[in-house]
Design a protein around this ligand. Structure first.
Ligand SMILES: C[S@@+](CC[C@H](N)C(=O)[O-])C[C@H]1O[C@@H](n2cnc3c(N)ncnc32)[C@H](O)[C@@H]1O
Length: 214
């Protein structure tokens, strides 16, 4: 798997095999314990740490997700954002990740709250758009390179009824596998698509950007 990553503040290309990519995904800055060795108790502790680190950031985002009945997430991982975004009980929560994160607590949470939950393992750019359900809120939290974000926006925007958001817009935020091209990707998309407008840009925590259908 070819990824761009941050090393000593510089964007470099790297080749990871799937096992290494899985390790990366599980042991990023806020995943202090390898995922497959985490008990629910440890995961709950990690959630508390995330809430401490990202509390304001997540609370701000839920102002938008709480208005939405159908939410889609690209970049599911262990489901920190998913658990927050499902708190107001949307009807449907759909998640994608390039790696297998099916063994997480979002499924249980959704079952308990009667939320229709689907998780699919795929690269976002390989999703068959005909099978991609129309959604109110699209959360792009996978590959954060400029090229990838721009392609995702062009690919999915026609299927999004209200908002598209992404995070890691601040250099000091959590580095994605691919560095920070989010704002550039959104700005290019906005300059070419006048049915979308900037809704908000936040510097809380890792930062986020959100656009809204006019
Ligand atoms: C920062 S993590 C997402 C965190 C997650 N939203 C959470 O709160 O737990 C980024 C995730 O995106 C996934 N990812 C990276 N590139 C992807 C792609 N092209 N398509 C789908 N998922 C991707 C990674 O495997 C990783 O699990």
């Amino acid at each position: 798997m070819n990824l761009e990553t941050i090393h000593n503040g510089k964007l470099v290309n790297t080749t990871l095999d799937l096992k290494e990519a899985y390790e990366w995904a599980c042991n990023g800055p806020h995943h202090l314990v390898p995922y497959n060795k985490q008990s629910y108790k440890q995961l709950n502790e990690l959630d508390k740490k995330s809430i401490n680190l990202y509390g304001d950031h997540l609370r701000e985002l839920t102002k938008y997700t709480s208005k939405c009945k159908h939410i889609t997430e690209v970049g599911h991982n262990v489901g920190h954002t998913a658990r927050v975004f499902t708190q107001h009980k949307p009807e449907t929560f759909i998640a994608y990740d390039i790696l297998d994160f099916s063994n997480n607590r979002v499924k249980e949470l959704c079952e308990a709250n009667d939320i229709n939950y689907k998780f699919m393992i795929t690269d976002s750019l390989k999703i068959d758009i005909n099978n991609f359900e129309e959604t109110d809120f699209l959360w792009l939290d996978g590959n954060h390179s400029y090229e990838h974000v721009y392609k995702e926006l062009n690919k999915f925007s026609n299927k999004v009824r209200m908002y598209i958001f992404s995070d890691d817009t601040e250099a000091e935020g959590t580095p994605g596998p691919t560095g920070y091209g989010v704002i550039k990707g959104f700005n290019k998309f906005l300059s070419e698509n006048n049915e979308w407008v900037l809704e908000t840009q936040s510097i809380l925590g890792p930062g986020f950007i959100g656009i809204k259908r006019k």
